[in-house]
Ligand binder design. Sequence first.
Ligand code: B12
Length: 215
Amino acid sequence: MSQTNHIEKLATAIEAMDMAGISTLVKDALAAGLTPAEVLSKGLSEGMRRVGVKFNAGEVYMPEVLVACDVYFAGLNIVRPLLATNDETIIGTMVLGNIHGDIHTVGKQVAMPVFEANGIRVIDLGENLNDNVFVEAIKKHKPQLVGLGTYMTSTFMHTAETVRVITEAGLRDQVKIICGGPAVDAEAARRMGADDAADDAWEAVEKIKKLLGRA
Ligand code: B12
């Protein structure tokens, strides 16, 4: 079977929520010579991207998204340890967390491995965070990036306050700040003092590369 076929089978397995088959498909793809990064970014993540498109079009519903996520994570768990060993591919570190008041987890869980597959090391800070958690995380981990998970208009609007707290701590110049979630808008994010925003993890990777001067 060609490498392209292996990739297509992985993406299709996520779409089809094939929990029983995913481990074998990932192992077969690796055995066929695909790199762990290719398995993740071209196979598993492509499947998840397709699920997101279907979800936005109303073709699948939340329970299916959550099951597809489980299948995605089953595959990710096999390739993640193999990815972590290759430090040369790391382009930056992000502390990522949901802004105060926001408990949506799925988008963050989908975005995280997409970032990791593209060389962004992610430190997950959790959900519903006080602004000071971001300040402490910047001091502790010295990231180049802060990712703000903002899945509702109200929490997206809280970005201004989070940026203010980071700025008052004297840390704003050390990091680029990007918001993510279905309700974000790049212009509004910039007006609130962040650097950018994206409602799609793959688009976010391109924006992050630009922010880091790696595009
Ligand atoms: C599932 C869901 C829930 C679940 C969450 C379960 C969970 N564990 O996550 C539950 C039921 C708990 C919930 C609760 C609520 N929800 Co809700 N929820 C959703 C729903 C249906 C899907 C969200 C989702 O998982 N999408 C799939 C993921 C993959 O997409 P995504 O989040 O956009 O993530 C992608 C990108 O944004 C990006 N990304 C994600 N994170 C990040 C981070 C960074 C830094 C970057 C760069 C990129 C990035 O990558 C992902 C892949 O591309 C949306 C509707 C929708 N269309 O989004 C509403 C939605 C987000 N919820 C909404 C609301 C209002 C609520 C509630 C207030 C409802 C209520 N009245 O109680 C509560 C509030 C909870 C809270 N305090 O946070 C609204 C927000 C409206 C708004 N604009 O303000 C939405 C849009 C529904 C709607 N149309 O009204 N919700």
